[in-house]
Design a binder for this molecule. Structure first.
Ligand SMILES: Cc1ncc(COP(=O)(O)O)c(C=O)c1O
Length: 342
């Protein structure tokens, strides 16, 4: 297994924290005097059962993966940090990101004193595969690929991603935060490629950004190392409960995603007709990147009208661009009306 060769020695050698209840979980007949919790009962006086069996079983049944192939995290952001810490030696190793992209890879790399080699996407926001491959060296440990990409909204050519996975000796981390809107996932490939990690999240299509729940998928060896390094109780009981109650409702009836996709198409068609709009980029996500004549001015004017969008003008490849989340039909109507009146 390649992962073992890539993992930092201190992590390979690590004896993980053993939580107070590793041997005696959830048996109501025991008296628990082992974890210094309050002994006065309410729903939340106990640490969570960190096996999260029911939630993991539910995710497995909807995603068609084995329970050895996933780990729950406090949002994708926690997973990004854990993966950098597991594979990259501070001050020595490097990651690659494809710009413009989600900002947390760079922030987490900086926090961990890991150099981030940034490679710009081409003019169609696609991956310049040969440029990426030319940057690989023995200290490059992870490449982050966001698919669909944020802030551009598009998906990448599948062959380019496969070429990178097959050419790279390090870890390919595919962030699929917006996958429910594109329906193009690499999840099935986790057992084919031993250097692949996929992340998904409850924060977008499942409508639960507030509970902070992300999922990492990979082969068992990598998942076991992530479990070893993560804080023992990173998923709290309230998050677990809410996720269990919501996941079946979402997967049985994902009307909101379909409505968002229809609204994205309508909104794009309306935006391009607005005078101040120069270009509307194609999107496979729940947001649209839009180039304006003067994005900073439009951004301020929208704020004056109590509408907040994300100003991406200073991001490479996105000058004069605003990133607009697709709202409800009413919110989108109001946005278009406001933009027309500016
Ligand atoms: C590409 C991408 N990955 C991850 C995240 C954060 O995910 P989470 O809420 O699971 O930490 C975001 C948030 O906007 C994102 O755009």
């Amino acid at each position: 297994m390649r992962a073992k060769k890539l993992i930092r020695k201190n992590i390979l050698d690590l004896i993980p924290y053993s939580s107070a209840r590793d041997d005696f979980k959830s048996d109501k007949n025991f008296i628990y005097l082992d974890a210094n919790e309050s002994s006065y009962g309410n729903d939340l006086n106990r640490y969570p059962d960190n096996r999260h069996l029911k939630l993991i079983q539910l995710i497995c049944s909807y995603k068609f993966v084995n329970n050895d192939n996933l780990v729950l995290c406090n949002g994708t952001d926690e997973l990004i940090d854990l993966v950098i810490r597991i594979f990259c030696k501070p001050g020595i190793d490097k990651i690659i990101t494809l710009n413009p992209t989600y900002g947390m890879y760079d922030v987490s790399a900086k926090i961990n004193d890991v150099e981030n080699i940034t490679i710009n996407l081409d003019s169609k926001f696609q991956i310049d595969t040969s440029k990426v491959i030319s940057k690989f060296d023995s200290n490059t440990k992870i490449i982050f690929i966001t698919n669909p990409n944020n802030p551009t909204g598009n998906i990448f050519d599948e062959k380019s991603i496969i070429k990178i996975i097959e050419s790279f000796q390090g870890i390919v981390f595919i962030d699929e935060a917006y996958v429910d809107y594109s329906k193009k996932s690499f999840l099935k490939k986790i057992n084919k490629y031993d250097n692949l990690i996929i992340s998904q999240t409850f924060s977008k299509a499942l409508g639960l950004a507030g509970i902070r729940l992300g999922i990492g998928y990979s082969n068992k060896a990598i998942i076991d190392y992530i479990k070893k390094v993560k804080p023992p109780y990173n998923i709290n009981s309230l998050t677990e409960k809410k996720a269990i109650n919501s996941i079946s409702k979402y997967y049985v009836n994902s009307n909101q995603v379909n409505e968002t996709i229809v609204e994205r198409i309508n909104l794009s068609e309306k935006l391009i007709k607005i005078n101040s709009v120069k270009k509307v980029f194609p999107s496979n996500s729940n947001f649209i990147l839009v180039e304006f004549n003067d994005a900073n001015k439009i951004y301020q004017q929208l704020i004056q009208n109590k509408i907040v969008v994300r100003n991406r003008s200073n991001v490479v490849g996105c000058s004069n661009c605003l990133r607009i989340t697709v709202g409800t039909p009413e919110q989108n109507q109001l946005l278009i009306k406001t933009l027309k009146n500016l």
